[in-house]
Design a protein around this ligand. Sequence first.
Ligand SMILES: [Zn+2]
Length: 126
Amino acid sequence: MPEKVKLLWQLQELDITLRESHIVHGKVHDNEKDVEEISEKVAKLRSEIDANMLSRYDRLIKQGVSVVHVNDGMCMGCYISIPVGDLNRMKSSTTEPACPHCGRFLMLEHIWEEVSGGGNQSSASS
Ligand SMILES: [Zn+2]
């Protein structure tokens, strides 16, 4: 089971939150405690993820996002369709699903359903 993508997804949410807080406030502001808390969560998540996945994640997140959804068979990172055969193979594969075009990690439906059950709103796609 590609469980690690879920961890990457959570990590990305936290990283984006941190990044936005820097953009909005210019510096760590009165939400310093939140930032500290998030940083702790980030560290914990990172400790659970393989080093090679992390380095790939880090490379991708610098360009924007690292983990993306698949919508109607289309990668929401590069907006190129992924062949159904590839998607099916990813679903049954034990390796982490990734877009064959841009290399971003993919949140496939079967993974996403479990995560979205948590109830937190997904960040608006930009
Ligand atoms: Zn892609």
